[in-house]
Design a binder for this molecule. Structure first.
Ligand code: 6MZ
Length: 345
């Protein structure tokens, strides 16, 4: 664990409202009760520490989290705390992702929400933390095409205003709902405006047809890709497309096992792709909800798949190739990794 903690790391798949730590959640709840809020939420149990839950139960948890993070102050605090927590875990570069959200009751518009998140990122930057933070805007697949187009417009607008902090579009949300193909025009529009695409694909079984079409874009990265390969219900054709484009996979071990889409760690799709030398990036997904950290995920990967310290270092070093930021940022990061290697091996 000590090695995994000291290893410089890249986090490319972290949903803001799933990454809230227990500490932040308690502080937000305390503030609410001091303000006399009459919420039904008395005691928060964020994490799935003991025993796993189905994806349905996990999505129900997001609804509860969203009740607490329903105002701009909370959005700011959550983002600010998450960045500090990743920095403490030796994450040197993080791409956070979030779904723009409006809550009329508290006066929070999608714009005000994003401005709070971006202000937290900017304030952390001023503190000289040793971490670079970028933002991806998420399209929730439960929403309709008009909302997806609005999200792309917001990403374009805030990419400019924030001087490149917003760098991409994600597709996420309950994977059993709707069809990802409906959003292909929105993805193409985003790409034409200089945004990268990090899309959740094949997170659940029986999505081969939509996955096949979306892979033709192709996306710049794939979230999960749990059911791509034939052994688990995917197809050779899906695998061929992912391999042809060398599309990196964002892999979240704890999330998939706790969410019961993968039976056990040693069944995780990480093994299939890593063993063939395909680009794999270890990520947390929702470090709060799943009670994990990026260091823990590296340790899990090392223990489960018998990866040496040198190979673990390579795994984290190669993640730099798959960030959405510029070549200049990649060069800065590579320098940090080389310094670590010189001092360690
Ligand atoms: C799909 C997920 C997810 O956007 O409010 N989200 N979508 N699969 C997953 N695997 C477990 N984990 C999180 O963060 C919370 C939202 O992220 C998406 C869901 O849409 C969830 O509502 P934000 O910051």
């Amino acid at each position: 664990m000590e090695f995994c903690r000291s290893l410089p790391k890249i986090e490319l798949h972290a949903h803001i409202n799933g990454s809230i730590s227990e500490k932040t959640m308690q502080e937000l709840l305390q503030k609410r009760s001091q303000e006399g809020s009459k919420d039904p939420i008395e005691r928060w149990t964020t994490t799935i520490e003991k025993g796993d839950k189905s994806l349905d139960e996990i999505f129900a948890m997001f609804k509860v989290i969203h009740q607490i993070s329903n105002n701009t102050d909370a959005a700011y605090k959550i983002t600010y705390d998450i960045i500090h927590e990743f920095a403490e875990d030796n994450v040197k570069y993080v791409e956070l992702r979030t779904t723009p959200r409006a809550v009329p009751d508290t006066g929070m518009t999608k714009e005000l929400y994003l401005e709070s998140v971006l202000k937290a990122i900017a304030d952390c930057e001023k503190e000289d933390l040793d971490i670079i933070v970028k933002l991806i805007l998420a399209i929730d697949r439960r929403s309709d095409v008009n909302i997806a187009n609005e999200t792309v417009d917001l990403a374009v607008k805030y990419k400019q205003i924030s001087n490149g902090k917003v760098i991409g579009i994600d597709l996420s949300g309950d994977p059993s709902v709707n069809d990802a193909r409906d959003f292909i025009p929105a993805f193409k529009c985003a790409r034409s405006k200089g945004l990268k695409l990090a899309l959740h694909l094949a997170e659940v079984l029986d999505q081969n047809a939509e996955t096949e079409s979306v892979l033709d874009l192709p996306p710049d990265r794939i979230g999960h890709g749990t059911f791509l390969h034939p052994e688990v219900g995917g197809t050779e054709s899906l695998v061929a497309k992912v391999k042809q484009h060398k599309t990196p996979l964002e892999l979240c071990l704890t999330s998939n096992v706790k969410g019961r889409t993968v039976k056990a760690f040693d069944n995780h799709q990480f093994k299939y792709w890593y063993d063939m030398g395909h680009p794999c990036v270890v990520c947390t997904d929702d470090k709060g909800v799943f009670a994990t950290s990026l260091s823990k995920e590296y340790k899990l990967a090392a223990e489960t798949f018998d990866i040496s310290q040198q190979d673990l270092y390579q795994l984290s070093y190669k993640a730099i190739d798959h960030i959405f930021d510029t070549e200049d940022t990649k060069a800065i990061l590579r320098q940090k990794w080389c310094t670590f290697a010189e001092n360690t091996f």
